[in-house]
Design a protein around this ligand. Structure first.
Ligand code: SIN
Ligand code: NI
Length: 268
């Protein structure tokens, strides 16, 4: 049975229990087939758009591009993407899983793994890249795939409970270190990674501290994903440079808020 709040979501108590225990969870059928068709169209347009608010991380041929063809904040250049990135169903799902009183948008990104010369996304945590003070901010990603994914085209894998190891050093995704070298006593090795194949329109949520990895894309078609990053209301800015917070008028050590970081879900 799904949890009843004023915004309908597919989230059940079993999803919440799994997420809190393991630091990630799979949620099937997050969007309808009609929404999937629309979102594919919008994300295709957004990835090709020459709008100047979203930021393309690397150009074709670059080292990072071989890992990910990534465009950050596509919602700022495409109103249709804005509708999905700010979708109450997604944000309320994130809020329920995290157990937060309110959930804000941090950013979105188109995360495509391109065919040909594709590299895996190495094991990493997300939180070390984010300019926030909290060591465990309970920030999280919704990773919504627009294509069926498995080990051949870039599905994700997670190390259950690895979020409990705390915030480690950031990994260079294009020239990676081995994150398992940073784990004292090899506790993370004790936990086997869980590989999560998904149908298009399904998703995972993962905590920003959970170790995750994505396989290289060995097929001849792009693997198309929309990721949305959420933060519990009240998370504070540490003043460090970051493409999402630069020029956003934020004050160091104050809660991240304002029009680029709207509160998208709140407790009834
Ligand atoms: C990927 O889509 O390959 C990686 C996603 C992530 O790091 O969250
Ligand atoms: Ni990541």
């Amino acid at each position: 049975m799904t949890i009843q709040t004023s915004v309908q979501t597919p989230i059940t108590q079993a999803h919440i229990d799994f997420y809190r225990e393991n630091g990630f969870v799979q949620v099937d059928d997050m969007i309808t087939p009609g929404e999937l068709a629309e979102l594919r169209e919008y994300l295709e347009e957004a990835m090709k758009s020459d709008g100047d608010r979203a930021v393309h991380t690397d150009k074709q041929g670059g080292l990072y591009y071989r890992v990910l063809n990534q465009k950050v904040n596509v919602w700022r250049d495409h109103a249709g993407m804005g509708r999905y990135t700010s979708h109450p169903r997604f944000a309320e799902s994130a809020r329920l899983l995290a157990g937060a009183s309110g959930m804000r948008l941090f950013h979105d990104h188109g995360l495509w793994k391109m065919p040909g010369d594709s590299k895996a996304t190495p094991w990493h945590q997300d939180t070390p890249y984010w300019p926030v003070n909290e060591k465990n901010p309970r920030m999280m990603s919704l990773w919504l795939t627009l294509d069926d994914v498995d080990e051949r085209n870039g599905c994700m894998a997670f190390v259950p409970k690895s979020n409990r190891l705390g915030k480690l050093k950031g990994i260079d995704l294009a020239d990676p270190q081995n994150i398992f070298d940073y784990v004292e006593g090899g506790q993370a090795d004790a936990q086997k990674p869980v590989v999560v194949p998904l149908k298009a329109g399904s998703c995972t949520f993962h905590d920003g501290l959970t170790f995750h990895y994505a396989h290289a894309n060995a097929t001849d078609r792009p693997r198309r994903v929309l990721a949305i990053i959420y933060m519990p209301d009240g998370v504070t800015y540490n003043g460090d440079a970051h493409v999402v917070t630069d020029d956003a008028g934020l004050e160091k050590d104050r809660p991240i808020a304002g029009p680029r970081f709207p509160l998208l879900a709140r407790e009834d």
